[in-house]
Design a protein around this ligand. Sequence first.
Ligand code: AMP
Ligand code: GLY
Length: 428
Amino acid sequence: MKVLIVGNGGREHALAWKLLQGSQVQQVVCVPGNGGTATMDRCINLPLTVDDFEGIKRAALEHDVSLVVIGPELPLAMGITDYLQQQNLTVFGPCQAGAQIEASKSWAKNLMLEAGIPTAQSAVFTDEETEAAFAYVAERGAPIVVKADGLAAGKGVTVAATIEEAQAAIEQSFSGQFGLAGECLVIEEFLAGQEVSVLALTDGKTVVPLLPAQDHKAVGEGDTGPNTGGMGAYAPAPLVTPELMEQIQQQVLQPAIATLQARGIDYRGVLYAGLMITNAGQIKVLEFNCRFGDPETQVILPLLETPVEDLMLACAKQQLDQVPVRWKPGASACVVMAAGGYPGNYQKGDLITGIDSAQAQGATVFHAGTRLNNNEVQTDGGRVLNVTATGETFDDAFARAYAAVEGIQFEGRYYRRDIGYRVREARG
Ligand code: AMP
Ligand code: GLY
């Protein structure tokens, strides 16, 4: 079979890599892909944008693909799944109605309340309600969290340490900082604890969690500095014991799918729950995403034993109860190598060397912001490479990943040296 993947990040490279590991998938077509997918055997890139539904449909039909996998949230929120299904294509990724779970935080909050899913206390305000939003913040006090309702490329959330900071975030959002996405705000209670990402596969009825993962959002060591798309990850997160995972299944995943179903929404794809495990050990949902996490996917897929295409097809065909999800033993770690300056300004177009020798040492280097230019792999984004390794233990996995990172060079490369510190701390 052939598979088309929409997207150009490390997540999409990891999906392409995983699909090509078994014997069932002969070719992967990436739209638009990156330098990693361009240099992988049996994989091709097509230079189309992720919102070019017409072009993607033509490519899928021309290449006679059996499955289209949608990576990022934007095309899902724009309805790519509904559009491609009308052409009788088999798509992995929820319909537009389902993608609202990520595309509108107030919609997701409302669903959580209806489903009885534990989440932070909150209130919703439109841009005509600045005074009421200010009053709410003043009454609740700081710290408090201000979230743009719509998609804001990961920049729409302000964790405000003071009332003034929260009010400034409200004003900026209402004066157009995030465009339409910021015309409505969800303001919510600050929760302290540890974040975990639980990605689940669902066919609209059955919902099966994947291994829990932890990301490192802040750019600096010790979780300092501004938030990024993620600087590293590992799985399975030891914080999520089998008992806790069972509670997440009962309190979060199953009620979410049941409530979507009750609303007539046939949600098939990934349901990603971004959770805070509070210091008191309670589960609270911070957000839902309608897609695979990045870089969580890069650490989860290497441990997956079941062919991922079997699972994705089962989701699309509503047969997930028939495919058991099996895992390899061990641990998986990923260190993100970023361009100097990220998440602020950074340069692009620098030569990257050492990837092949890093892979020869046993790491898997997923490309994120890279491009192939005149047969040279060059930097092309803020997060450049996701250097991933598995091992019997976390120590093995991290040692392998960091050894590989040492050998990879590009101008101004930056990475956190403390990825996985929570695992080491918890162990004492
Ligand atoms: P979200 O997109 O809603 O997951 O928010 C982005 C990030 O902001 C999360 O990954 C958390 O680090 C932080 N955050 C969001 N909501 C809260 C909250 N209620 N309390 C504390 N931190 C939060
Ligand atoms: N790693 C966070 C996300 O994918 O949203």
